[in-house]
Ligand binder design. Sequence first.
Ligand code: HAM
Length: 434
Amino acid sequence: MAEFKTVRGMRDFLPEEARLLRYVEGRAREVARLYGYREIVTPIVESYELLSAKAGEEVKSRMFLFNDLGGRDVALRPEFTASVARLVATTLRNEPRPFRLFSVGSIYRYDEPQRGRYREFWQSNYELMGSSRPEADAEILLLTNSFMQTAGLKKFAFKVGHIGVLRGILTQEKLVDKVQSAVMQLMDKKQYEDAFRLVKSAGVSETCILTLRKLVELKGNNVLDVADRVAELVRDYEKSVEASRNLGEILDLVLKSRCYVDMMVDAGFARGLEYYTGMIFEVYVPGLDIALGGGGRYDRLIELFGGDPTPAVGVAHGVDRIMLALQEQKAAQKAEEEAEEEEKTVLIVPINEGLRGQALQVSEVLRNAGVVVEVEVMGRKMVKALEDADRRKMSYAVIIGERELKKGAVVVRDLAKRVQSTVKIEDVADVVKG
Ligand code: HAM
């Protein structure tokens, strides 16, 4: 039989990597707790109709789509947002606003595999439902900043924009939604000339093309100033002026929070997902030109799914990419050390076959006291078993012998110090926990 491999784009996580994954996930959970986001668990498989409704062509064309045995068109989730919006439109319809929801788990996209781009990856996702106010947008930016920091990243920066600026221009120029979305897709991929050509072919004014050209050039770290310059540049387009003012207000609140957030505004910035209506952003680290997280405001998705009009803003963080950036920034070591929690580990070895049952019994006593215990299951001689425990950097061996058992005791050997003593079974947990 051929040697089995993982399917292209899929990975195994060996213990070291799995630990780092769970560590980052743990930080995400802690941020959720501190900001009041309650966790929900939604299915990995959802109806294709739901997932494709406003995902945008790019995500739509990359879904793991199939027919289930009942003939339904279903797909593996390419994001959490659609599932959360479905819940808010249905089961959580009457939940008092605002409310905050958190999810973490695996996501599936048929992307071309490369460094930091996989077909199965993990997101931590936060959605704030029911507020259209700029402080809600600011919260999502601050929460992301806080998460990247507590995960251990030393350097990262936000790219922020507002989809309302571009949409405002294109709507006033009477471009239909479908063409607008196609333009956004091209701008998301930085294919600006193609985007301008498409806009031109829709018969827009000269001012429009000129404004768009100037917009994509407009970016900078002095965020309030850039937001003002955007407002000035789009002065002929009422909705776009409103959008740039909204962006300015959000950024002003972030600055007033006194948290250090490294931000730049990019006026020509668009994102591939179609549901955005307001502020949008992505997070980057130096040396990796893939986003570590992305999000924004989407005020119309929930009503599109049949729910009450519910303004919403959210973000998803790419857990795998954060792991990669941590490894790059050599911060992984600290993260891993923290993840390990310096646990003491014990190997229990019976000195003969007749004591295997007692070995299991002592192991249960210790585990009930919270000690990490492995029992020798290879039938090895004492010396071999101890050598192996040493190699694996275990802390103690507990040796089960007849003589000690008669007194309700065992031999506890400190593997690092190479000393041993006889200890009553009820005291072993205290001894090994130090
Ligand atoms: P997104 O920008 O499509 O947004 O994905 C969020 C993050 O997922 C990306 O920034 C990246 O870190 C990670 N990611 C995306 N594709 C891959 C991949 N192929 N391999 C590894 N990581 C990847 C969303 O998904 C929106 N639902 C975010 C959102 C929530 N907006 C509002 N609420």
